[in-house]
Design a protein around this ligand. Structure first.
Ligand code: GTP
Ligand code: MG
Length: 138
């Protein structure tokens, strides 16, 4: 079994999608290990989005992620890292497949950064690193 770090981003919390998103995670059979509403600091996000520092969308990404509370979640289950990425769908909600969180619930906003409701760790290394950042006591 493995664990992954999931975030319901500020657009998801603000639009009242947190419950639906948690329900999809549970319906898939994953266990919720930690669920916490947090307002992230720019420092924490700089660690979280380390791989994107310097990219053209980086500043607006951090600005968006600190714009309101996020729901930080650790979920556990067999192949949950890959499984949640599959539940989330493609990064761009316009082309994310119907049936996925981003495909069903995501909208394409005319903003500088893609507002796509959720984040999910993309590998075992990322999951360990991100869980350490958001939930150092786990
Ligand atoms: P996360 O689960 O949030 O990490 O999304 P992802 O893994 O599907 O995408 P990625 O890690 O490549 O990018 C992180 C976030 O940056 C995305 O979710 C978007 O919000 C934003 N982003 C990524 N690529 C672009 C881009 O080309 N343009 C813009 N405007 N935003 C982007
Ligand atoms: Mg990513």
């Amino acid at each position: 079994t493995e664990r992954t770090l999931i975030l319901v981003k500020p657009d998801g919390v603000e639009r009242g999608m947190s419950g639906q998103i948690l329900a999809r995670i549970e319906a898939k059979g994953y266990t919720l290990v930690a669920v916490e509403l947090r307002t992230a600091s720019a420092e924490l996000l700089a660690q979280h989005y380390e791989e994107h520092v310097g990219k053209p969308f980086y500043e607006s990404l951090v600005e968006f992620m600190v714009s309101g509370p996020v729901l930080a979640v650790v979920a556990e289950g067999d192949r949950v890292i890959e499984g949640f990425r599959s539940l989330a769908g493609a990064t761009d909600p316009t082309v994310a497949a119907p049936g996925t969180i981003r495909g069903d619930l995501g909208r394409q906003w005319p903003t500088k950064v893609i507002q796509n409701l959720v984040h999910g760790s993309d590998s075992p290394d990322s999951a360990a690193r991100e869980i350490g950042i958001w939930f150092p006591s786990l």
